[in-house]
Design a protein around this ligand. Structure first.
Ligand SMILES: O=C(O)CCC(=O)C(=O)O
Length: 285
């Protein structure tokens, strides 16, 4: 499978993202599509409910992008992709990190005619842990096109001033506005790059890179499986638990220290060969 090389790393450092033609094998796509069907219909294989269930078939708004976070805890097919050691090693190489934990996964399903996702910088929501570096791998589960509402990045925007959380994520009136405002503050002309790949391809992006996606004006669904990864050596920052997505993920804090518990934020790959020992048994089911 895909392995980061020096050229890729240089491009990532320069642009704040990297587009890759193939990240997962074609034969893993049908089981992942079935996993999406299961999860969005409330069928949780392990019996564990994902941390964020923002859309379900029985109740979800048909105009909105369907979203679930931490599907890996509910479904092993999802877990096998987002907890993969090889993928994590690629992330550590791109980030120059000593190792990688999963922060959260994100399942996004944008059927035809559903609405946009607002531009944002992921790291603006992450003051609840430190260092709050983030690196994301976005995997397309359908062929993607600009008019199909694929993810879009602003080249070099990870070097802009860090922003603060603003605007809606789901279906904002003008999905690029927060980014345009940031560009104006920066005195920059934003160069937008669409990730147009075959199913199984995707991208990596830096935590401060501006990104979002438009409405799906194509006749095809746009599903993506996303791994948001943190460094292996992060700690909780309790004074910031009220910010960003801290109120959801601070619930896993241990009483006696600020270490992140590997049961909830497992270490996927570390330079010294360590990987959370229970992971592979979990994946075998
Ligand atoms: O899939 C999208 O359109 C946006 C995803 C996103 O915000 C992310 O991967 O950080």
């Amino acid at each position: 499978m895909y392995k980061v090389n020096d050229n890729d790393k240089a491009l990532f450092d320069q642009d704040g993202f990297l587009v890759v033609d193939r990240l997962i094998a074609a034969d893993s796509l049908p089981p992942l599509h079935r996993a999406f069907d299961d999860l969005f219909h409330g069928h949780f294989e392990t019996g564990v409910r994902p941390d964020e269930v923002n859309w379900q078939a029985a109740t979800g708004d048909p105009d909105l992008t369907r979203q679930i976070c931490n599907g890996w805890k509910a479904n092993r097919q999802i877990a096998r992709v987002v907890l993969d050691a090889g993928l994590a090693k690629n992330i550590a190489t791109l980030g120059g990190w000593p190792g990688v934990r999963i922060m959260i996964d994100n399942l996004l399903w944008k059927p035809p005619a559903t609405k946009s996702l607002g531009f944002h910088q992921d790291s603006a929501y992450l003051a609840w842990f430190t260092p709050s570096d983030l690196l994301t791998c976005w995997i397309a589960l359908d062929d993607t096109r600009a008019d199909g509402g694929t993810i879009e990045f602003v080249r070099g925007s990870h070097k802009w001033q860090p922003g603060v959380p603003e605007g809606e994520f789901h279906a904002p009136e003008d999905y690029r506005k927060p980014m345009r405002d940031a560009a104006a503050r920066e005195g920059a002309e934003p160069e937008i790059v669409y990730v147009e790949v075959k199913a199984g391809g995707g991208s990596f992006h830096h935590g401060w890179t501006w990104h979002g996606s438009g409405a799906n004006a194509s006749p095809n669904p746009r599903r993506a499986l996303v791994l948001h990864a943190m460094r292996s050596d992060v700690e909780y920052q309790p004074q910031n638990f009220g910010q960003g997505i801290g109120p959801i993920y601070s619930r896993y804090k241990r009483l006696g220290d600020n270490l992140l518990d590997e049961n909830y934020f497992p270490i996927l790959w570390r330079q010294d060969g360590y990987r959370t020992p229970q992971l592979d048994d979990y994946l075998d089911g």
